[in-house]
Design a binder for this molecule. Sequence first.
Ligand SMILES: C[S@@+](CC[C@H](N)C(=O)[O-])C[C@H]1O[C@@H](n2cnc3c(N)ncnc32)[C@H](O)[C@@H]1O
Length: 265
Amino acid sequence: MTTNTPIHDVVREHYADRIKSSASCCGSDNCCDTSSTLYPVDLLTTVPTDVANTSYGCGDPITLASLTPGQTVLDLGSGAGLDCLLASQKVGATGHVIGVDMTPEMIERARENAQRVNAENVEFRQGYLENLPVESDSVDVVISNCVINLAPDKNQVFAEIVRVLKPGARLAVSDIVTDGELPDEMKKSLSAWAGCIAGALDVKDYQAMMESAGLTDIMITPTYFDKEMIDSVARDLGDSIDLKQYSQEGLYKTVFSAKISAHKK
Ligand SMILES: C[S@@+](CC[C@H](N)C(=O)[O-])C[C@H]1O[C@@H](n2cnc3c(N)ncnc32)[C@H](O)[C@@H]1O
């Protein structure tokens, strides 16, 4: 059985291009916010500036996770490694951080970044969220930043999260979710999928999937609406979408970043 789908191919190519050109953020231009507005400044200054600025995320799972020394942390879709490096400082020499990403160019950059800061408690494994290269019941905290929305089979992703977490262990992620309908043209667009919009789940479906996978104490809190994210995807769609027929302001409020936490039962 192969995990890869045409959506994985489009997403992988999109992020390989982004890291090769070192452009930040999810969308074609600048759909997500920059790191300096996502994380507390004193957290970011603990890593080299270019590492701090290479974020493709939509939030700050590190602050949400409240990591402590000795924990084993798994970052889903670790990108260039920023969250793994920040997590590695929190869990210290007795802890361990694993970053998983399907894009070879991201894994390569993340390993270079870890080497530059001598982070010896971090490793990066190439693989899929839907088939994690991680032992069952081995992780204290799963973190992730703007990635679950990109996975085509989210039920499988949540099943994998529950498989790898220790009983009672935690999930702390930032992700894009929706509240209301998106235009059909956007839902069907692969570039809008890679731009973190088309694959975003309705917040109620997100919660229901987490519950049926075996997660509990679920908290989903909106953090910010991202006008630029919608505009970037709309620009890509060009004339195929007439945004005026949707209330533009309403559409901006349909897609938002959220901080999401839960425990494995
Ligand atoms: C929006 S970027 C976020 C990267 C990183 N979390 C950050 O905050 O900078 C999405 C990342 O997830 C990876 N990714 C997307 N879907 C994936 C999947 N199904 N399995 C593994 N990695 C995936 C991409 O290769 C990319 O590096």
